[in-house]
Design a protein around this ligand. Structure first.
Ligand SMILES: [Zn+2]
Length: 211
């Protein structure tokens, strides 16, 4: 896909993150793989709701910036850790969605087998051990949890989703936040009920056919 098109898509995802209040201030970051060694990513200290295509930076697989007049995101090491661990991943999104981040700060595990959307689109969402933002340590902790998953929560921090393209990474972030919101409301009403084993098996079969 052409770089110009990807630049436009990253800005569009940034607008959605901001419009849906999944980031505040200059929080959050988005990246997409350009080729084996180059990654397009959002700049630091800029609202993700108002980015222009020329604001984006390009980094190599070590995180060295090779293009762009704005400084690259300080969280790019987390993105690169995901790309390195999962060659199939083409796009990564990090945000601080309020409901998902509430689970991350309380370190409360997300239950599975409750909602079809969660079963089909998210699966299990592990909580990555806390490490200081922007550090290689945090990137290493994330790398340990990405295998077989599409989303992780960062303890006391936020959420990371990834996928074969920007749109899928975005949908996973949106569904993750929706699921955490649903759980929060449901728990005010009572105890969420698990789906029956047979219904879960049907969903797993459908998921298998979808992939
Ligand atoms: Zn963050």
């Amino acid at each position: 896909m052409y770089e110009d098109q990807l630049r436009g898509e990253v800005c569009e995802i940034g607008r959605r993150l901001y419009a849906r209040s999944l980031v505040s201030g200059s929080e959050g970051n988005i990246s997409v793989r350009l080729d084996q060694d180059r990654f397009l990513c959002t700049p630091t200290m800029v609202s993700k709701g108002y980015m222009q295509p020329e604001d984006l930076a390009i980094v190599d697989r070590e995180g060295n910036q090779t293009d762009g007049y704005r400084k690259r995101s300080s969280e790019i090491l987390v993105h690169l850790a995901v790309y390195q661990s999962r060659p199939d991943v083409q796009a990564v999104i990090h945000a601080h969605p309020p409901y998902a981040t509430a689970f991350a700060v309380t370190r409360r595990k997300l239950p599975t087998g409750i909602h079809p959307e969660q079963t089909l689109l998210l699966g299990a969402v592990p909580i990555v051990r806390y490490a200081m933002t922007g550090t290689q340590l945090l990137a290493d902790e994330v790398a340990r949890q990405v295998d077989g998953n599409v989303a992780v929560l960062l303890a006391n921090h936020g959420a990371v989703t990834f996928g074969p393209n920007l749109e899928s990474a975005w949908q996973r972030m949106e569904v993750l936040e929706g699921y955490c919101r649903l759980l929060t409301i449901a728990r005010q009403l009572g105890k969420p009920r698990k789906l029956a084993r047979r219904d879960l098996r049907d969903l797993e079969e459908l998921k298998f056919r979808m992939t």
